[in-house]
Design a protein around this ligand. Structure first.
Ligand code: DX5
Ligand code: ZN
Length: 222
């Protein structure tokens, strides 16, 4: 099985006063930019409301991978797809009509993605495999950047890779990915890596993205 590696930097730890510039810094070397939308309800942190997110998306030099960590996500997820996001992730724990919302995201022209928190099992959601273009397995409790990678999520990543089988579904991991941990997630079957603090705390974020990608590509087995 040959997998394509994608690096999707998260701007959660970037400079919020100049996000356009921060996105431009990594735009030549990244596949998408990961936008963490938090409402202080689903997670204990707030990032952007829909209006501010719309402005970031409109100005972004990269396609946007929207990660919606918000309660009552069903309707707003479709609005994010309509804004032109390349990918929209809803959390299984926050969505009332998972199948309907995934389909609406697709119909609005974005990749549909289903995310789960560390304490949520993937087996409950494997029935949605034909409605998703990506699964997101959280490798930290959602809410904050800079947390430690949860290696105990790797059996879940492996199970998800097994559920995906030959389908062209991306498998994203989010939280604590760095040069120290990317190989562990890669070996478990991930192919799409959110990297926040390790990229934006690096002296040169673009060099870090390229280094992570080259390392992952070189270490891919099978
Ligand atoms: C956490 C967010 C992540 C976070 C990743 O809730 O979903 O995308 O920004 O940041 P790092 O890479 O620093 O863990
Ligand atoms: Zn995220």
């Amino acid at each position: 099985m040959s997998r394509e590696i994608r690096i999707t930097p998260s701007i959660l730890n970037a400079d919020f006063t100049r996000l356009d510039d921060e996105i431009r810094r990594i735009s030549k070397v990244s596949d998408l930019v990961h936008l963490d939308v938090m409402d202080d309800i689903f997670v204990p942190n707030f990032t952007f409301d829909f209006d501010s997110a719309s402005k970031i998306i409109a100005a972004s030099a990269l396609p946007v991978d929207a990660h919606l960590m918000v309660a009552d996500v069903d309707e707003i997820a479709v609005s994010y797809a309509e804004l032109g996001c390349a990918s929209v992730t809803i959390h299984a724990e926050a969505t009332k009509d998972i199948r309907g919302t995934l389909r609406n995201i697709r119909n609005a022209g974005a990749r549909s993605s289903l995310g789960i928190k560390p304490r949520t099992e993937i087996s409950e959601y494997e029935g949605f495999v034909d409605d998703v273009d990506m699964f997101l397995i959280m490798t930290v409790e959602p809410g904050f950047g800079g947390q430690s990678f949860m290696e105990d999520m790797m059996p879940k990543v492996r199970r998800t890779r097994g559920i995906i089988g030959d389908r062209p579904i991306w498998l994203q991991v989010d939280g604590g990915i760095s040069m120290n941990t990317i190989e562990i997630a890669l070996d478990a079957g991930a192919d799409t890596f959110v990297v926040g603090s390790a990229v934006f705390n690096a002296p040169d974020p673009a060099v870090m993205v390229r280094t992570l990608r080259d390392f992952a590509t070189a270490h891919m087995k099978g």
